[in-house]
Design a protein. Sequence first.
Length: 172
Amino acid sequence: MSKPNVRTIFALVAVGLLALAAVTAGVVAYAVSKAPKHYPELTVFANGESVVVEPYGYCELSNGECVNDESTYYIPATSGKPVQVSLPTSVAEAPWIVVTVYERPNGEQIERIVSFIDYPSKTHFLSLDTQPEPELRLAGFEVRLPIVYTDPATGQEMYDVHGLWRVGTPQP
């Protein structure tokens, strides 16, 4: 029996490395396909505390896949001190609106809206006033990702939300 030459050894090593690469790629692809979906999260800061806020509801525009957790997150907020919101890149670079809900001492609620138009392009940090007037206190807010679409049945433009994060701000 003859000894394998250098070409044969090189070919066997190359085939082995290719097989190893193929198996590794397959394992990685399988692991990625089984990994849980990760949707954009906000981080909210108030009174030296922070909370990571997962979406109340979120739909991927690319494939229509949706998650509806319907959880409201809470962070205590002191009147007169701002609540700060950190937006992830996927939200900061999209058209977004923030609906703030203020409450008067008698329980009357007033909504105010700010949007990406009110801030420099691709803003990642927002500061929300907790007491814009002496009788108003921030009760909570929602960050929304709106989408405009045409209803195929009527031809009318419609507005909907494909991303929503909800935060309540009780007094500490």
